[in-house]
Write a protein that binds this ligand. Structure first.
Ligand code: KG4
Ligand code: ZN
Length: 358
């Protein structure tokens, strides 16, 4: 069976066709995965403007779906279902995908499947690597989320912890802005960090407390927090001694100083993410760990995950770079999983900006 996936939760309009392989170990194959990015539109504003995003989704959705079908050498009659991101995300953006999917499902006489965006990120790991050894701990780390999930059975996702304030990707974007690196900041900061000294700037890291160590059943110490780190970078930049030609703002930083801040920030973020992930894996006796979501494209995070996995002798999984950031192939995968578990949505499905993952 082939399924069409549609993703419009933020600033990427995406459609994809995946199909079942019949191989239990690697259940799905990608036939097409088309992503129309709105980065150029939002760059001018330094971040995603929701109204502009939804209008652009509306312009792009028909062409993107057509292209996904052509690339997949499929027609509507080759499909067995339509899967769409129901939430969470920007409500105006979600509505474009949900409305399109409902209309398409009704017109083509296909079942509709509602997908949680984070289930999509988690299933990107299976789409890329095949079924994970379970139980698995998956870190979903993106512009909107930083959460640890326990996956005990295929398709079951149990939330273990989450960020108490900013998401890691959000922290990347804010710090990048502070350093004058433009939008979107994550990838630029990642590249700059590669040439900086990661010990140059002392930045705070949230640590496990003594009390938490004595009460490992409490999940609180697996939570994340990035707003303090972002503020520390801000203070460091502000306290920077004014250079003769500068004012002490980010503009006065030399390229070396900027790279050092980027590298120091990246070291702290990646260390915290990896520590919590492996601590959760230890507590739950996990047989594998995975990292998914936009920030899983980060070069240091990918390298440290693989290195830690080798040392701990636990298999580690990542999506390809194309499957790390928002895309519809992962939504199609999560949709196919749900469809096979017997879940379909009715045509009165509504977008839900704050949808929770049960
Ligand atoms: O999953 P995603 O495409 O969208 C959301 O669901 O949020 O994630 C986007 C986030 C952005 O914050 C972006 O800056 C971050 O992922 N990101 C990165 C990298 N590539 C994308 N952060 C750090 N390093 C990267 N290489
Ligand atoms: Zn995402």
């Amino acid at each position: 069976m082939r399924i069409l996936g549609i993703e419009t939760s933020c600033d990427e309009t995406s459609a994809a066709v995946i199909e079942e392989t019949g191989d239990q170990a690697k259940p799905w194959a990608i036939r097409s995965n088309v992503v129309a990015s709105q980065v150029a539109i939002h760059r001018e504003w330094g971040g995603v403007v929701p109204e502009l995003a939804s209008r652009q989704h509306l312009r792009d959705i028909c062409g993107v779906v057509d292209r996904a079908l052509v690339d997949a050498e499929s027609t509507w009659t080759d499909l067995g279902a339509v899967a769409v991101t129901q939430g969470p995300g920007l409500v105006g953006s979600l509505l474009v995908g949900v409305s399109f999917a409902k209309a398409a499902a009704a017109a083509a006489g296909l079942p509709l499947v509602a997908v949680h965006h984070l289930a999509g990120h988690i299933e990107s790991l299976v789409l890329q690597n095949g079924e994970l050894p379970l139980p698995s701990i998956v870190l979903v780390v993106s512009g909107g989320h930083t959460s640890l999930y326990l996956v005990e059975q295929p398709g079951s996702y149990q939330l273990l912890s989450r960020t108490r304030d900013d998401a890691a990707g959000e922290a990347y974007d804010k710090v990048a802005k502070l350093l004058g690196l433009g939008y979107p900041g994550g990838p630029v900061l990642d590249r700059l960090a590669a040439i900086g000294n990661d010990r140059a700037v002392a930045l705070p890291t949230t640590r496990l407390t003594h009390a938490d160590r004595n009460a490992p059943e409490l999940k609180g110490d697996l939570d994340f927090s990035f707003s303090g780190l972002k503020t520390a970078v801000l203070r460091h930049v502000r306290a920077h001694p004014p250079s003769p030609e500068g004012s002490g703002a980010a503009g006065a930083l030399t390229d070396t100083e900027r790279a050092d801040i980027a590298a120091s920030f990246q070291r702290v973020v990646v260390t915290v993410l990896i520590e919590r992930l492996f601590e959760a894996a230890r507590r739950h006796g996990a047989k594998s760990v995975g990292v998914a979501g936009g920030v899983s494209a980060n070069s240091r995070l990918r390298a440290e995950l693989q290195e830690r996995g080798r040392r701990r002798e636990i298999p580690t999984f990542l999506p390809s770079l194309a499957l790390s950031t928002d895309n519809a192939a992962m939504i199609a995968a999560a949709g196919l999983r749900r469809f096979r578990a017997g879940h379909t949505a009715s045509l009165d499905l509504n977008a839900d900006a704050a949808l929770t993952l049960a």
